[in-house]
Design a protein around this ligand. Structure first.
Ligand SMILES: [Zn+2]
Length: 412
């Protein structure tokens, strides 16, 4: 039976790619342009070649494997996802979508399908932003939202630039970066749900209707350093004490807004970070998400007001908006096509909203985008326990294969 064979092939890809981690036994840590990136990249490129695709990389290190169409210079139907991870993440966030896409190409090859429009399998870098911050770097770069100068200026926690890191694994940053939207006909992405809904409903496929908006702020609190023993309490401008008071008040701002609005501080850097020194600087992140733009905007405004109320008495606070992405509705035509193909294949599905940002969301301003979710065990992701059933990935690959045949106008 085809589904079980597909499941096994997919499980092999997932098992192999999960070996490429900087933290064996402690989850997947695959930072962009690391040795683990290189090993995964080589695996993906080898599979692309094996399935008859022409492989190229762009100036960000995004990977494209193309099956030419019979119409000259026609735009591509792209299928893919990202292959980086957060530190100590799981084996499925990103790679599930990449391996489903690889298997779509394998099915085209196996069934000798000849598309009119090219089929392109896409594996994107730095979606998580775990190394260079911000996130969605590969997709934003590919459509021209991340300029050459801005890209070059990005550095990781150790001060290593994007260009240096790319060169370190033999990538060429001088290759073309921006891709004209005229070269893209559609983009299909499979991703794990990263939430509990599909598992609770016991439905293997979610057709994503819209993706929630996403904002990342970076707050820098400057105070005054001093000796922990000799500076009296009333003479202190402690950047960490101010930051802690602010962070403790953030959850209430999202709770007031309701409608599933959420706010998170997940990163906090303290300087100089010594046990006997009063902190003179703290930098922390604020992540705000909601399905409706007005809620995102309200919470940003309230966060700014709260933060600025702490200015004075030796404390100086600035806020920078690192990322702002509006809530996005995905393409209605492709959504219908995905549902139609699920029905034909007798695969149960339901409509769902995405609470996380994805490359699909960035690309939806430039091409027609469709997205599928599969259940995440216990709703968990970004941790070693992250798990999805390869049989569900296989179901999604079958739906994408049928959808891609339709969109590329493929014939035997
Ligand atoms: Zn992801």
């Amino acid at each position: 039976m085809r589904l079980l064979e597909l499941k096994e092939r997919i499980q092999q890809h997932i098992d192999q790619i999960s070996e490429y981690t900087a933290t064996p036994g402690k989850g997947t840590t695959r930072l962009t342009y690391s040795q683990e990136d290189l090993k995964t990249r080589n695996y993906i490129k080898a599979k692309m070649k094996e399935y008859g695709l022409q492989v190229r990389e762009d100036g960000f290190g995004n990977i494209f494997g193309k099956l030419e169409g019979t119409i000259k210079d026609a735009p591509s139907v792209m299928v893919g996802s990202h292959f980086d991870s957060v530190p100590h993440g799981g084996s499925y966030d990103g790679p599930a979508g990449v391996v489903a896409a690889l298997e779509v190409a394998a099915l085209f090859a196996k069934n000798k399908m000849r598309p009119k429009y090219p089929l392109e399998i896409v594996a994107l870098v730095e979606e998580e932003g775990a190394r260079f911050g911000g996130g969605l770097m590969g997709s934003r770069g590919m459509v021209g939202l991340l300029g050459e100068e801005e890209f070059k200026s990005l550095r990781d926690h150790n001060g290593v630039s994007t260009i240096e890191a790319m060169s370190g694994i033999g990538l060429d940053p001088s290759l073309p970066k921006k891709r004209d939207s005229k070269t893209m006909k559609a983009f299909l992405e499979l991703h794990i749900e990263q939430g509990p809904i599909l598992e609770e409903k016991d439905i293997p496929i979610g057709v994503v209707e819209a993706i929630v908006g996403l904002t990342q702020l970076e707050v820098t609190v400057k105070g005054q350093a001093g000796h922990a023993g000799t500076t009296p309490m009333d003479r202190r401008s402690d950047a960490l004490v101010a930051s802690a008071s602010i962070i403790a008040q953030l959850p209430a701002l999202a709770e007031e807004e309701e409608q599933g609005t959420v706010i998170t501080t997940g990163r906090l850097n303290v300087y100089p970070n010594g046990a006997n020194v009063i902190p003179d600087q703290v930098v922390f992140s604020v992540d705000i998400r909601s399905g409706k733009e007005e809620h995102v905007l309200n919470v940003i405004e309230k966060t700014k007001n709260l933060v600025h109320s702490f200015n004075g008495s030796g404390i100086d606070i600035t806020i920078e908006q690192l990322l702002y992405i509006q809530p996005k509705e995905l393409n209605p035509g492709i959504r219908s096509l995905l549902k139609e193909k699920s029905e034909e294949l007798q695969i149960p599905y339901c409509s769902i909203h995405s609470g996380a940002g994805h490359d699909a969301m960035v690309l939806s301003d430039y091409t027609d985008v469709g997205m599928l979710f599969i259940p995440s065990k216990n709703g968990l992701s970004h941790c070693p326990e992250e798990w999805s059933d390869s049989e569900d990935i296989a179901r999604a690959a079958e739906i994408f294969y049928e959808t891609a045949k339709n969109l590329t106008e493929a014939e035997k």
